[in-house]
Ligand binder design. Sequence first.
Ligand code: C2E
Ligand code: MG
Ligand code: MG
Ligand code: MG
Length: 279
Amino acid sequence: RAKQKGRNTFCFYDSDMNDQALDRLKLEEALRRALVRSEFQLYYQPQIDLQTGLMTGVEALIRWNCPERGLVSPTVFIPVAEETNLISMIGWWVLEEACRQQASWRAAGIPPIKVAVNVSGRQFLNTALVECISDLLRQYEVEPSLLEIELTESTVMAEPEKAIEQLTRLREIGIQVSVDDFGTGYSSLSYLKRLPLSTIKVDRSFVRDVNSQSDNAAIVSAILGLADALDMSIVAEGVETEGEETHLRDAGCIKVQGFRYAQPMPAEKLRDWMISYRS
Ligand code: C2E
Ligand code: MG
Ligand code: MG
Ligand code: MG
């Protein structure tokens, strides 16, 4: 098309490019700038042990404070970042920020908090991952047991043999790994058995109304049985109501996470939350 218009025509956006593609390109450019302009922030959502009532750790969830767009959800920008190479840079930033935060908690005299970090497929399969995590742990003097990695089922199952290798290396350096959104992808049970995973996170869609939705109750109970057989622990995601909590507790689910306990929040707010939660 640019050719038809003649040699000297500078065609930046192809005229065929529809609005949607243009929006996408702009989003990509804004994301690229976001890293250098420090527009990302980690929020932390507590995980609770129903038996003790104590917080067992937090999940780190990225937030993008874009000056032009406002707060952009990771469900919008993570998929875009994943399709470009941006996810690598964002992913490294998240890991470093989580370690930096732990060093900062330690400096403030706050007892150690286990942080679970979401890692995308491309970053997980990067051969430099384990080395990079080791370096970060050393640099920020963080105990490996205080870092957990969350991978989705599709990440783990995309290249199972590579995943087994990578997971084994992670476990060797003392990092725990959980499968996120479990039940929404296609897990091969024979691979699941061979994967050195510590925790299964039951997807929110199965936790919703688990006390009144018999399908969900059956699925949760099956996942609990599977985890038990495979010697993995369970975290139920997205617990919102007392009814859901009671059902989960009776079914034998110990760890939970959800708005019923706390929303994801910035580190400073988490400190206040922990103080008020304890008392
Ligand atoms: P996820 O890892 O499954 O995270 C849980 C999501 O559920 C979070 O959404 C959290 O805010 C939300 N949530 C927690 N409790 C409740 C609840 O009781 N009810 C409801 N309705 N939602 C609840 P968020 O923060 O918007 O993140 C969405 C997804 O984006 C994450 O799902 C994860 O897949 C991805 N993500 C977030 N942060 C990162 C990151 O740092 N790196 C990567 N690669 N992905 C990330
Ligand atoms: Mg997660
Ligand atoms: Mg999840
Ligand atoms: Mg999810």
